[in-house]
Design a protein around this ligand. Sequence first.
Ligand SMILES: *Cc1c(COP(=O)(O)O)cnc(C)c1O
Length: 387
Amino acid sequence: MKRVYLDYAATAPCDPEVLKAMEPFFFDKPGNASSMHSFGQEAKKGVEDSREGLASFIGALPDEIVFTSGGTESNNNVILGVAAALSGKGNHIITSAIEHHAVSEPCDYLEKKGFKVTYLKVDKDGLVYPEDLNKAITDKTILISIMHANNEIGTIQPIKEIGKIARTKGVYFHTDAVQTVGHIPVNVVDLNVDFLSLSAHKFYGPKGVGALYIRKGSRIERLLYGGDQEKGRRASTYNTPGIVGLGKAVELCRKNMDSEIRAQTALRDRMIEEIPKSIPEVKLNGHPDLRLPNNVNFSVKYIEGESMLLSLDMLNIAVSTGSACTSSSLEPSHVLLGIGLDHATAHGSLRITLGRWTEESDIDYFLKHLPKVIEKLRAMSPLYEKK
Ligand SMILES: *Cc1c(COP(=O)(O)O)cnc(C)c1O
């Protein structure tokens, strides 16, 4: 039976070429990149080649890249590390209401420790308004953190404009670019950012490795102590295979990005057009144009996202939902509430995300089965009956 993976925003499969590039660093080149012998130097070369490739890909200098364990660590390092470095200057942080938890939870933590955090509201499409940011900045503001593109609804923020405001006011600006690096062009100079987080497994690299861009001269404290790796900015033995895999993933994205954007945008737009035709009372979430090429997010009235997800799973189709009944809370996604959906509508959301190996036939299969699944679930829904 066909298996259709439409959950690339959760994680992407590793490209076989990435795995091939990593393999020697498990076996023939097992050295510790900090060791002086030739094994160490070979490993170090793998790390530094990857650093150079990534730096040039995002318009940074190699020295401005710190390898981490992924997006979560990069985000935590910025929020906690800037707060620690600049606590003498101020205690105010500005972020948005729809950030990934890897940004919002360290902010919540700082709030408990006495910091003040402003959560900027977004409009119905998920956009932050730069003028709102401008008004929120005070002389105590030490950091602004706004994600590049949202992982649930795909909305792409006006990062360049926000960065211009931050720079004019002399406030550090971080963007969580985990959903954009490798998927759309990202350049740290164009975007006016001081810090940027990225993660390899979202762009066909291995899981458990990412990077943090730190603009030259920026003040930030480290998270991990216990070694001098990364010029003292992050301790722990270099994850050589992972870092090499990240570098290879970058190389492949550089080569394929333009054609992948075209292919995914076409499939995305086909779904956005066809789903409302075959299913009554659905609503697209996220911005119609300023959106990731691989993201589709719909709210389907009268039923739960979770039941759609499970029904589709029985047909070997993997998607995601902003309905959180499986997790410990019954609250729907803060992102969907953030764009103004009521609880019931937010619970009925479905996220479909595409990637390198998504084919037209996968979308055919999905579009064939989705209306039947929804019809069946609605037939059982007391909410649907009542209307
Ligand atoms: C996946 C994701 C993260 C977390 O990255 P990990 O590498 O899995 O820790 C952070 N932010 C966004 C927007 C993401 O999509």
